[in-house]
Design a protein around this ligand. Structure first.
Ligand code: PEP
Length: 254
């Protein structure tokens, strides 16, 4: 049985006092079940504080971005080794905001993924179609080609674990969620693509998260779907009680 992975993406939100309050409230919610694994991805300046605030709990900390390069003259960038050095375990790669606002290509996403894996950081590789792509009927082809391009040259991984997130761009921060059935269908397409690249066994064991306006109200129905192994949550992850409710839905789906 795969553990559900529930990941908070705070984007560029939360100050130190809010971070501390979040971890205190989350600890009070006592999500101790081994059925779920929790990850919080704060903004860069707060990663070390988050590692400290989460120490002794079951929450792991992730970054929202990483450089594809090793140490060197890359002003403003952060090396994967720096993230592991301060205790980060995870990193989001290829989030649609990185792709659309900062022009990250599939090739760059692939390089960042390879770099994270090389230092023992678990990447969460995000893919998803825009509204225009969905309306043009190329949802499946879009996620397939994003995966193929990003995974070129990357071997199947269990340690560190390479996790995937399906995030339809039109559902991110819009309040519109893909129906649980439609999200599950696209997850199935992603799993088939992973099977074609890495083989059936690796595809079966890969965890694929759904992201896009997931919240306490819809978490259980999404998590009940056979291909949905967890959630990547933006807006609804900022408040600890909301994040805790979503995590609880992963403990007892339905
Ligand atoms: C995200 O940014 O990864 C996301 C899923 O955001 P939201 O939950 O706010 O749609």
């Amino acid at each position: 049985m795969k553990r559900k992975l529930i990941v908070a993406n705070w984007k560029m939100n939360q100050l130190l006092a809010q971070l501390r309050q979040f971890f205190k409230t989350l600890a009070d919610a006592k999500i101790t079940s081994d059925a779920v694994e929790l990850v919080v991805c704060p903004s860069l300046p707060y990663l070390a504080s988050a590692v400290e605030a989460a120490s002794g709990s079951k929450v792991a900390i992730g970054a929202q971005n990483v450089s594809e390069c090793d140490f060197g003259a890359f002003t403003g960038e952060v090396a994967a080794q720096m993230l592991t050095d301060i205790g980060c375990k995870w990193v989001l790669i290829g989030h649609s905001e990185r792709r659309s606002l900062y022009h990250e290509t599939d090739e760059l996403v692939g390089k960042k993924t390879a770099k994270a894996l090389s230092v023992g950081l678990n990447p969460i590789l995000c893919v998803g179609e825009t509204l225009a792509q969905r309306e043009a009927g190329i949802t499946d082809a879009t996620v397939q080609s994003q995966l193929r391009a990003a995974l070129k040259g990357i071997a199947a991984q269990t340690q560190p674990e390479l996790v995937f997130a399906y995030e339809p761009v039109w559902a991110i921060g819009t309040g519109k969620t893909a129906t649980a059935e439609e999200a599950n269908r696209v997850h199935g397409v992603i799993r088939q693509e992973l099977a074609a690249i890495y083989g059936e066994a690796a595809a079966r064991s890969a965890r694929i998260l759904y992201g896009g306006s997931a919240k306490p109200d819809n978490a259980a129905s999404l998590l009940q779907q056979p291909h949905i192994d967890g959630l990547l949550i933006g807006g609804a992850s900022l408040a600890a009680d909301s994040f805790a409710k979503i995590a609880a839905a992963g403990v007892v789906p339905g």
